[in-house]
Ligand binder design. Structure first.
Ligand code: FPP
Length: 253
């Protein structure tokens, strides 16, 4: 792909992020600005999802996590929840062959069991069809909330302690990570949030410990592949210290 991004396999300095996570925000405001129904904003947001998935695959991002529906989103008006579920189903069905062709594996994090049965069924078909794909993971956060994820992990660990399969001193950071929905993947290197809000909104709270964060004022339906590339370039200028001192300091710089 034509861009001056520096390619690399790991997430060290000047490398591409391995795992990018996006809080896709601003669909409602995009519609409101145009005196349209909020659902129109979500529809346009789906188009952006398509273009950013394609761009990620072409750029060489290995994991793209998209916050598509939070545990809190169930409290939205019934008509909006229904429309979001329909859009999701449409996307999963329409993109199935494209995901397969592009060697992208679908993965879901969140309370899959709370999704409507027809949506679940389409998701399962796509999960199965893409299960052996290796180029990239498209990780959709659906009925996802970090606090729910951590509560669920604590319950599982507590059950193992109660049955004496685990001792309290065996609870380590990696054990907790291994009980999260994201157990098989590295933490996000970069979290992007659109629409200018400065918060994480219950998204990947444990996993975000050392993530770089980028907030853009752009509303999600207006977010483009070009802006995505600019953000990745910005990521490549950042020095990630993970709580340690700068390499420049160690080198006397
Ligand atoms: C936030 O905008 C967005 C959502 C709650 C849903 C995200 C859904 C999509 C991008 C479309 C469907 C998803 C897929 C994967 C096809 P908001 O409604 O909170 O916007 P606002 O803050 O401006 O009101």
């Amino acid at each position: 792909m034509k861009s001056d991004l520096i390619q690399g396999e790991s997430s060290g300095p000047k490398m591409l992020p391995t795992h990018v996570a996006i809080i896709m925000d601003g669909n409602g405001r995009w519609a409101k600005k145009r005196l349209m129904n909020r659902i129109k904003g979500h529809e346009q947001g789906s188009t952006t999802v398509r273009s950013i998935v394609t761009a990620s695959r072409e750029i060489g991002i290995k994991i793209l996590t998209l916050y598509a529906f939070s545990t809190e989103n169930w409290a939205r008006p019934e008509s909006e929840v229904k429309a979001l579920m329909e859009l999701l189903k449409k996307f999963i069905v329409a993109e199935r062959e494209e995901l397969k062709k592009n060697n992208i594996r679908l993965n879901i994090i969140g309370q899959k069991h709370r999704l409507p049965p027809d949506v679940r069924q389409e998701i399962d078909t796509t999960l199965e069809l893409t299960a052996h794909n290796e180029e990239m993971i498209l990780n959709l956060a659906l009925s996802y909330g970090s606090r729910e994820e951590l509560t669920r992990a604590m319950q599982k660990i507590a059950a193992k302690i109660a049955s004496k399969d685990l001792g309290p001193d065996e609870i380590t950071e990696s054990l907790i990570s291994s009980h999260l929905y994201t157990s098989t993947m590295p933490d996000p290197d970069l979290i992007i949030r659109t629409s200018g809000e400065y918060r994480l909104s219950n998204f990947l709270l444990w996993q975000a410990a050392y993530s770089e964060i980028y907030i853009t004022d752009t509303l999600w339906p207006d977010f483009t592949r070009d802006e995505f590339i600019e953000i990745l370039k910005n990521f490549q200028t950042r020095e990630r210290r993970f709580g340690k001192v700068s390499c420049n300091t160690l080198n006397g710089g």
